[in-house]
Write a protein that binds this ligand. Structure first.
Ligand code: MLT
Length: 328
């Protein structure tokens, strides 16, 4: 056999013998990637996912398609992502409510957030805002508290299902105010916000990224923020803590995950794309303006998100139990 023919025969044999994982290393991604958002379109999780994945898709050279799978406080969508084929073509963008908080709120969950997923990286952390319908007879937090106390079992707060961020925000507030009010569940706080604007329930604690435009438009009222410091975007709105609910602090991190068993090469490439998106000045400016606390690109590692998930489980599961909330 001539030398050239011999070399190509050896190369073909080596290719045939290459393990699948090694071949995938050069190929992924070869088709669009589905991003499961476990809440309705138009809400905070959806908004953050769309901005980040548009830039991540550019970096990967593939479209990333957001699929909204709302319901049951995000558990339906998270479960779908946990059971997806672990090939890197279905990824999850979810927050700490769906992955940590709801461990304390459900008797059993169809997934284990620590065992069934591999983290890719943190996408951003959101402060929350207590917002009320425009017609609620309260011009500040003290009047709001008095109104809710005087109207127990009649006042209604909106939320995106058991274990949603808006559930945690409202649940902790109601528990610390020692009030019993009606919960109105939605598939996401995008649709809930529409109903708050039209006055169909009284209040909601939701992520700032979702409610800032309506607050600025004057269609709803902002009476408190969930952080211990005021937000630069709402300098006149006091913190709930400074208004008398001492120690009230709830912020919501969001992150990207894939089903356990996804090849490391796909995780690395997805992480690299996330790091690129987080380092993009236009992406940063847009999200920081909406009060999203973005990680520095170098900090958006899978290990940091794994640690964040564990820390949230360690913090919120005992806190919710101590508040006397019974799992469903
Ligand atoms: C939540 O309450 O968990 C979120 O606001 C859900 C959403 O993104 O709609």
């Amino acid at each position: 056999m001539k030398r050239r023919n011999l070399l190509s025969t050896v190369a073909a044999a080596a290719l045939a013998a290459a393990p699948l994982g090694a071949m995938a290393q050069t190929a992924y991604p070869t088709k669009p990637i589905t991003v499961i958002v476990p809440f309705a379109a138009g809400g905070p999780t959806d908004a953050l996912a769309r901005v980040l994945t548009a830039r991540m898709g550019e970096a990967l050279g593939q479209t990333m398609i957001v699929e909204n799978v709302g319901g049951a406080g995000g558990t339906i969508g998270v479960n779908k992502a946990a059971k997806a084929t672990p090939d890197g073509y279905t990824i999850l963008f979810a927050h700490m409510g769906t992955l940590a908080v709801n461990i304390a709120l459900y008797k059993s969950l169809p997934y284990d957030s620590q065992k069934d997923f591999e983290p890719i990286g943190l996408g951003g952390t959101n402060p929350m805002v207590l917002v009320t319908k425009k017609g609620l007879p309260a011009k500040d937090f003290k009047e709001f508290e008095a109104y809710v106390k005087a109207n127990q079992k009649k006042a209604q707060y909106g939320m995106a299902g058991i274990g949603a961020a808006s559930h945690l925000g409202g649940l902790m507030l109601n528990s610390m105010m020692k009030v019993d009010v009606l919960e109105i569940p939605y598939k996401g706080t995008g649709p809930a916000l529409n109903d708050l604007v039209s006055g169909q329930f009284d209040y909601m604690v939701d992520q700032a990224v979702n409610v800032l435009p309506q607050i600025k438009a004057g269609t709803i009222k902002a009476l408190g923020v969930s952080t211990l410091k005021r937000l630069p975007q709402l300098p006149d709105v006091p913190t709930i803590d400074e208004s008398g609910i001492k120690g009230y602090e709830v912020t919501i991190w969001n992150g990207f995950f894939v089903a356990k068993g996804t090849p490391k090469d796909a995780i690395d490439k997805l992480n690299k794309a996330l790091v690129t998106a987080l380092g993009d000045e236009k992406v940063r400016a847009r999200l920081i303006d909406q009060a999203v606390d973005l990680p520095e690109p170098k900090d958006a590692t899978p290990e940091a998100l794994r640690a964040q998930l564990k820390a949230s489980i360690d913090k919120w599961v005992p806190t919710i139990k101590a508040a006397g909330v019974q799992p469903q």
